[in-house]
Every structure is written in structure tokens, then in C-alpha cells.
Design a protein around this ligand. Structure first.
Ligand code: 4NP
Length: 168
């Protein structure tokens, strides 16, 4: 497996899905002492400098970690081209990243890591915790699989972060 040392997670707003993916990755970095840089960004500039949405902050808290300190930013091919992997949360983010000019070989969809390429749905309109829990499980399951592929130290069979196989 090719060595990777940096991953950027990208969604539309950078306030719901990609901050959760970044937060989950940070928890793995801390638990397993991984030398990995992670960040997240949005394809839109609609939520620059905003904190993650309430549903995402709450679902992270329910799983005993915090994403409260993350802030929205817009992805930029100039600032972000050095990342080894650029992970899109859905097909539209994927298409937008290629259109922006990111190198195709670096851009993947998060759902490719265990969910047959499924899009992680945009939870922005959800008001219920159940929707955010579903999105959390999809994100956490795929982030864990992605990290397991690149870092043998990450245990695939552990209860860390209460990650369950999502039902598709
Ligand atoms: P995200 O969710 O892409 O997961 O951060 C969204 C957040 C905000 C909007 C859309 C999606 N919005 O339309 O403002």
C-alpha cells in the first residue's frame, strides 16, 4: 500500500460531513499515534470561519469527542494540492474537485472504503439526531477502513468510537 501522510476531507459546506470525518480521523491519530496530517474543507465558500453544524457537534459529543474547534474553509487547488489523498463525501463533491483541477489519482470518494461507493448524504436539512447518527456511522466506518488500509497498527476489530457496519 502506498504511504500516505496527509488526507483532506471535502464536502459542500465544510460544516456537517467533512468536519465529522476530520474529527474521527483525529481520534484515530491520537489513539494510535499516527503520523498523519488531516484537514477538511468545502467546495463552496458559504460557511467560511463557521463552527460545525449543531447536529454534527452533538453526534461527535455522543461518541465522546469534540469537533467544536474546527472552522469552515473553502478548498483551493493551490493551497491543498500537496495533500496525498483528497476524499470527497459524495459524487457531486468528487466531480467538483476534478473540475477545480485536482489530480484525479488523488481524489477518491469516502464511500469507496467499504460502502460500495455510496454517497454520504448531506444531513444539513435533518433536524433529528437519528439522521446524524446514520451519517456518523457511514463516515466513521469508511474513515476507519481507509486508515486500516494504510496503517497496520489500526485495529479493525475494536469498539473504538462505537463504529458499526452501516446497513446499506
Ligand atoms: P456539508 O453540509 O456539505 O456536509 O457541510 C451542508 C452544509 C450547508 C449547506 C449545504 C450542505 N448549505 O446549503 O448551506
Amino acid at each position: 500500500m502506498k504511504e500516505i501522510s496527509s488526507i483532506l476531507f471535502v464536502c459542500l459546506g465544510n460544516i456537517c460531513r467533512s468536519p465529522l470525518a476530520e474529527g474521527v480521523a483525529w481520534e484515530f491519530i491520537k489513539k494510535y499515534n499516527l503520523s498523519l496530517k488531516v484537514d477538511s474543507a468545502g467546495t463552496s465558500g458559504w460557511h467560511i470561519d463557521e463552527e460545525p453544524c449543531a447536529g454534527s457537534r452533538q453526534v461527535a459529543k455522543r461518541h465522546n469527542f469534540s469537533i467544536d474547534d474546527l472552522r469552515g474553509r473553502r478548498v483551493s487547488v493551490y493551497a491543498d494540492e500537496a495533500f496525498d489523498l483528497i476524499i470527497a463525501l459524495d459524487s457531486s463533491n468528487y466531480k467538483d474537485l476534478l473540475q477545480l483541477g485536482f489530480e484525479k489519482s488523488k481524489v477518491k470518494k469516502l464511500g469507496d472504503f467499504g460502502l460500495k461507493g455510496a454517497d454520504v448524504p448531506d444531513p444539513y436539512a435533518y433536524r433529528d439526531a437519528e439522521g446524524f447518527e446514520k451519517v456518523y456511522q457511514m463516515i466513521a466506518f469508511c474513515v476507519k477502513n481507509l486508515l486500516c488500509m494504510h496503517y497496520p497498527v489500526v485495529e479493525s476489530h475494536s469498539n473504538f468510537l462505537d463504529i458499526k457496519q452501516p446497513n446499506s
